[in-house]
Design a protein around this ligand. Sequence first.
Ligand SMILES: [Zn+2]
Length: 180
Amino acid sequence: MVDTISALWQLLEQVPDPEIPVVSIRELGILRDVREAADGQIDVVITPTYSGCPAMGQIEDDVKAAIARAGLQARIITQLAPAWTTDWMTNEAKAKLRSYGIAPPQCSASDSDGNLNATYSIASPAIIQRAGGRLSFESVPCPRCSSHNTTETSHFASTACKALYKCLDCMEPFDYFKPY
Ligand SMILES: [Zn+2]
């Protein structure tokens, strides 16, 4: 059983995110757990990034296909609480996003206690409410030239998870993975 669980971890660590194939679902924090359930079956626990993210069905299909190809058996559990946060993204994932041309999330929309910052939904991702109630403006560095001279051109880019930015130094547009 332990062998099957570690084999599943190794296998599923290789499953890429369907939207950003340079990062795995493990690095993004979507793959939460592989564990033995009370009934003796093995559960693979995944948490969708954004509710209603169209990629989620694809991720579940990819996970199922990888398990079937390896001749293993597991049940897929979609866990909605606690909700996925960009905090679960590994530093490796953030570095890979940057090299892929996507600016990784700058900071979390939740505070240190894990409470969602209520002001986030109406604020631009460049404006972050700090503890103490003061607004601070944080720029999103360009993933290509690292310039902080960037501007948001569209709050929703190719997917709802990302905003479209433009670098005012190298003039390249880029996606920003919004903190969540
Ligand atoms: Zn640039």
